[in-house]
Design a protein around this ligand. Structure first.
Ligand code: GAP
Length: 452
């Protein structure tokens, strides 16, 4: 099946089955915004919880944080975002629609690495590259991607919706050091919303204007940045596999100096093979002591770290694993989407790991008009629900259709209560991928599900 077809099928399944809806749908939407439906929010929370556990809770060198989205505008001046957080833009001279200059060049087959605005404009003009609507284009210029917002009632008091969660961590570095006196290396992790006024949001959840990030700023002695960089590189890969990202579709790209963000001395992009091309999934950057130095200068507060054992005082260096939640959701959906034939019938299923599946088990009474089956089924359902939380009750339609509905949302197990159950307290457990069915005693059900 063509890649564009697969993407269409995933977007349509996501909408139909309550994972992801276009934002502001009944008003023709708002480009670059998506809303997570009942199953989407479960999938997304499972991914975030797993990240929080592996990157923060399970580690002794990590602290958690939840900083404000709105920050003093001076934060963004010091961090360099006011001056430098921009993308190259060109305008269609007729329709006034705006496009990413680098994207148009790429689509026209020109390599864009390291090009400045003048070079982009020259290529556009000398090759007569037109807008997607066929009209001439303006010169390329920089466009700042931060959303500006008014703060309070005083005219002129502005701030920005944060374009990365990282700065909330840097401005709290001293607070955490003063409260906990951690030894280096240590890190602060945070999950939260970020906003970017993307010129051309596209490819479903891939490039959106409102998204979530899971970020760690890991503070190290300058001598040990390399070993810690490699350590986080490994942690990211292991976690990606755990949440169901197809590791055969994952690759790493060393970013050249001319294409790195203004703060970075080394960056690796973890790339994923999406149906629309191989593109960035997560990033890992060595930010040196750029941010803490800039905030020391900007705020006048000394953000140097004193090593109590050696007496050495210095501004720590930073390794930053930065993972987008929405791109994680998208790559998990792409990795798990399957179409096959089962028992002569075509079916679609999501091969989600148990860890992230929104619903872990579905419970079916064979018939909905038999009170004994319902009573027994409800008992099994509530026992499972009290242990696994995400359990669904479905008594609608024939069992085959109920299986297909659960396959499509990635439920690993379906449990059917039938007349034999009333006699011998056993149920049929059906496995999603293979369709294999087994008779299991109700008393063994939970341990069977947990251990398979
Ligand atoms: N603090 C570093 C930072 O923000 P970034 O590479 O600009 O680095 C980190 O962003 C991650 O955030 C990306 O790897 C991606 O997963 C996610 N991300 C960035 N822009 C996004 C967008 N417009 N839509 C969805 N996810 C985005």
């Amino acid at each position: 099946m063509a890649n564009s077809e697969i993407m269409k099928d995933i977007v349509s399944l996501a909408k139909r089955r309550g994972f992801i809806y276009q934002g502001s749908d009944i008003y023709q939407g708002l480009a670059g915004t998506y809303d997570y439906g009942p199953l989407g929010v479960l999938l997304k929370n499972n991914i975030k919880n797993s990240w929080w556990q592996d990157f923060v809770t399970d580690r002794e060198d990590m602290y958690g944080l939840d900083a404000s989205i709105l920050m003093n505008a001076k934060v963004w001046q010091s961090s360099g975002h006011v001056a430098g957080f921009s993308d190259p833009l060109v305008e269609d001279l007729k329709t006034k629609k705006r496009f990413r200059a680098d994207h148009l060049l790429e689509e026209a087959g020109f390599p864009v690495e390291g090009l400045n605005l003048t070079q982009m404009t020259e290529i556009i003009q000398s090759n007569n590259i037109k807008s997607p609507d066929g009209n001439p284009l303006s010169e390329a210029r920089q466009f700042n991607m931060m959303f500006e917002t008014a703060v309070g009632a005083v005219d002129g008091d502005i701030s920005y919706l944060r374009p990365e969660t990282a700065q909330g961590i840097f401005v709290n570095f001293k607070n955490v050091v003063d409260s906990f006196h951690p030894k280096l290396p240590f890190g602060i992790g945070q999950i939260g919303k970020a906003f970017r006024n993307e010129i051309t949001p596209r490819d479903f959840l891939f490039r959106v204007r409102e998204f979530e990030q899971m970020e760690v700023e890991y503070f190290v002695h300058p001598d040990s940045w390399q070993i810690n960089f490699t350590m986080w590189q490994e942690v990211i890969k292991v976690w990606a596999g755990k949440i169901g990202i197809d590791l055969n579709k994952l690759s790493e790209l060393e970013i050249g100096e001319e294409d790195r963000a203004h703060y970075s001395q080394r960056t690796i992009d973890f790339q994923f093979e999406y149906p629309f091309g191989v593109k960035e999934l997560f990033g890992l950057a060595y930010r040196g002591n750029y941010d803490l130095t800039k905030h020391t200068e900007g705020s006048g507060v000394d953000l140097a770290y004193l090593d109590q054992e050696t007496g050495e005082k210095f501004i720590p260096h930073v390794i930053e694993p930065s993972l987008g939640v929405d791109r994680a959701v998208l790559s998990v959906l792409v990795s798990s989407y399957r179409e096959d034939d089962l028992g002569g019938d075509k079916r679609v299923y999501l091969d989600l790991p148990f860890l992230v599946a929104p619903i872990k088990v579905a419970v079916f009474p064979l018939l909905k008009n038999k009170p004994q089956l319902i009573e027994k089924g409800r008992q099994v359902f509530s026992d499972l629900k009290s242990e696994l939380s995400f359990v669904m009750w479905d008594d609608n339609g024939n069992i085959g259709k109920r299986y297909r509905r659960q396959d499509e949302i990635g439920t690993p197990y379906c449990v059917t209560i039938d007349f034999d159950t009333l006699e011998d307290n056993t149920v049929t457990v059906r496995q999603r991928n293979t369709g294999e069915q087994k008779r299991i005693a109700i008393s063994e059900l939970l341990s069977y599900i947990k251990n398979n």
